[in-house]
Design a protein around this ligand. Sequence first.
Ligand code: NAP
Ligand code: ZN
Length: 353
Amino acid sequence: MSQAKGYAAQSAETPLAPFAFERRELRPNDVRVDILYCGVCHSDLHTARSEWPGTVYPSVPGHEIVGRVAAVGPEVSGFEVGEIVGVGCMVDSCQHCHACDDGLEQYCENVFTMTYNSPDRVTGENTLGGYADHIVVRQEFVLKIRHGEEQLAAVAPLLCAGITTWSPLRHWKVGPGHKVGIVGIGGLGHMGVKLARALGATVVAFTTSPSKREEALRLGADEVVISRDADEMAAHTGSFDFILNTVAAPHDLDPFVTLLKRDGTLTLVGVPAEPHPSPAVFNLVFGRRSIAGSLIGGIAETQEMLDFCAEHGITADIEMIAMDEIEEAYRRMTASDVKYRFVIDMATLGTAA
Ligand code: NAP
Ligand code: ZN
């Protein structure tokens, strides 16, 4: 066992606060990572506040982790002490079902183990995430980081926001000649804009925040539409190959479905606590349009995305916070007031915990 320091929610109503706990002894194929930075995903907030069902308390969120390898088990072959690595939303899966064989561990038929709020496959204990000084993870779920050391804080959000947008963009084969929409310019959405642009698509950003118009262009959007402006929306009717919707709140999907071309797809990655209003079937059947969903991404495609980003100089736009500023960060995230991802500097944990 190793003694860990972190920040936990003790219930849906209590603010996150310092929390001491133990990490497991290294298993033969485990890597111990001392955490340098951890991004703040809206899923952390959904979980800490029990907006989704099933939160086990105490809950230590955090699944956008960058850190340094501190120790390795005797069977670890791919990682060395001192190396910079990443850990994302998964820390284990069955490793032998069809999904795992296909490198899509997030769809593991025996249920993947989330970095936080999942039963550990060996002990059944609730997993605790990256708002902590270190974490222990089996080596198959540790990622190589090839960005420069000065970029590491801005790399952390790639481990969830990056892969969750990359995986659907790749699955639906977004590339040159495609017109792609990204809905909701928050943590996921701003990465969606950058990645769709880097893949060669024409990118339109949809935002409810007029203050993000100029910046969405800077992020790489060719055009920005204020999604609450019916005239701006109507100008794009029937023109999109693919739209990725990252919005964290329930809303009417029909205005986006009508923007799709024949055979176009609206893929949902935002997971609001309450359902969206049911979409109109007319909009789907006239045009053979689809509404789909997508969950994070597999380990191999996460590595592919990290390497692509390192090669193309892509990182997240971040606001760095101290660990004890997490409640204020949650408040601002709920108000769509973050440009575009909060990242916790874990060096601040020592004084906060
Ligand atoms: P975020 O940073 O809070 O961004 C969400 C964006 O949605 C906001 O910035 C805002 O963008 C827009 N928005 C918020 N409320 C809205 C409303 N009432 N109506 C319309 N637009 C609204 O959150 P995130 O971290 O990117 O996460 C987004 C969602 O994806 C969350 O539900 C999260 O749990 C989920 N998620 C899913 C996966 C997956 O695997 N599928 C992985 C990670 C996260 P504008 O200001 O531009 O309108
Ligand atoms: Zn996330």
